[in-house]
Design a binder for this molecule. Structure first.
Ligand SMILES: *[C@@H]1O[C@H](CO)[C@@H](O)[C@H](O)[C@H]1NC(C)=O
Ligand SMILES: *[C@@H]1O[C@H](CO)[C@@H](O)[C@H](O)[C@H]1NC(C)=O
Ligand SMILES: [Zn+2]
Length: 379
């Protein structure tokens, strides 16, 4: 990704439907399981270590990373539905050869929306890119974006337990209520057991430029997926017209895992969501659940940013761009300044700050649990 300076005013103006959810309780925050010792271990096994290899599109590392994701979800989270969106393209350095760009889409939605067919649920959309940059030779991209991918795997495993419980409870309650009302209810008045809200994780390919960042040499996977989603049409009566409209919020994690990150609030339209995440970071710190030493500023330090301060600010070109251009609301979790190791051979496992990796995992997971309103129907 790279820093652009052009303001994006027209995109800030589109409307936003905010969800009316309540803050998650301290008990729920305390109950978020700490990442296991093996999860983010950099040497073997776990979620992260298998990703600490070069992952350039069209090379064996790409395939290994893909297998790691698919095996993890198949073995541990069989309820999460895996699909692919593949494309091919030439790059300025591929000599006319087509390279494969293969995005993974991993979804979990309430059982009742699944029954009603595609285009029914909205999705909190959590995103990271899994490809790595072709140069310098041997580049691993631990913060860029192996660690964010591993964080999303931890998140999926952690939220699954709460989602399964909540959805089962909501279905039981709905069934009991409908037995009570039996006879008094016409078919069309039947209510869904809970909100039609799910989660999807996008592991995107081909984010990095092959030669130097331009509109056509970057974001290969994201551009292809966004175009295809915009072009997909669901049946006429579906609540959502296409998969693009199902994105309730596009949360993009990038360049996470170095010590002392400071992540600005980039977009006024999603500042409310930034504030929710910042508030959760603050509560987790206060409860001494986070491990990283607080620097001069918290990770999310712009909770108090005012509307007037948004105009004319810098903006980081990244995988959200083709989605944002088509109307998605974006929360971009990327530090400014970038980590010191950015796009150098030093962006490897050894240079990760594990306390920060683990803290990001907790913060983004807490945000997701709060978004999904897991405590809504009691414990
Ligand atoms: C997309 O690519 C993946 C990885 O190579 C492959 O397993 C999958 O079958 C492909 N899917 C489609 C729809 O082509
Ligand atoms: C989208 O659909 C239009 C009209 O059917 C077609 O011309 C265009 O090539 C499609 N674009 C993509 C990216 O599939
Ligand atoms: Zn990069």
């Amino acid at each position: 990704m790279r820093l652009l300076t052009a303001p994006l005013l027209p995109l800030l103006l589109h409307s936003l439907t905010t969800q009316a959810y309540t803050p998650i309780s301290n008990d729920f925050l305390k109950a978020i399981p700490p990442p296991a010792e093996t999860d983010f271990n950099i040497d073997s096994g776990g979620l992260l270590a298998p990703l600490l290899i070069p992952r350039v599109p069209g090379t064996p590392g790409q395939v290994k990373a893909q297998r790691h994701f698919v095996d993890f979800f198949r073995e541990n989270l069989p309820e999460w539905e895996i699909s692919w969106q593949n494309s091919t393209g030439t790059t300025p350095s591929s000599d006319g050869k087509q390279l494969p760009f293969q995005n993974l889409i991993i979804r979990r939605e309430p059982p009742w929306t699944k029954q009603r067919g595609p285009g029914t649920a909205s999705f909190l959309t959590l995103v990271a890119h899994y490809d790595s940059k072709i140069t310098p030779k041997g580049f691993i991209g631990a913060t860029d974006s192996a660690a964010p991918c591993a964080i999303l795997m931890y998140l999926a495993r952690t939220v699954e337990k709460e989602l399964a419980k909540m959805w089962a409870r909501q279905q039981q309650q709905a069934a009991a209520a409908s037995r009570e009302r039996a006879g008094n209810e016409r078919e069309e008045e039947k209510k869904m057991p809970g909100p039609d809200v799910g989660i999807q994780i996008l592991l995107l390919d081909g984010e990095e430029a092959f030669v130097s960042w331009t509109d056509t040499d970057s974001l290969y996977g994201a551009r292809s997926l966004a175009a295809e989603w915009e072009n997909t049409t669901y049946p006429a009566m579906s609540p959502f017209k296409n998969p693009m409209r199902q994105i309730s919020l596009f949360v993009l994690l990038d360049l996470l895992g170095a010590a002392g990150p400071t992540v600005p609030s980039y977009f006024q339209s999603t500042h409310w969501a930034y504030q929710r995440m910042a508030a959760l970071e603050g509560r987790l710190r206060q409860m001494k659940i986070l491990e990283s030493k607080e620097g001069t500023q918290p990770f999310l330090h712009e909770g108090g940013k005012m509307a007037a301060e948004f105009s004319g600010h810098g903006f980081v070109g990244d995988d959200h761009v083709p989605f944002m251009a088509r109307g998605a609301d974006v929360l971009h979790i990327i530090p400014t300044p970038f980590p010191r190791v950015w796009h150098t051979a030093a962006d490897d496992g050894k240079h990760l700050d594990m306390a920060s990796v683990r803290d990001w995992a907790r913060i983004v997971t807490a945000f997701t649990l709060e978004w999904m309103d897991v405590q809504k129907t009691g414990t």
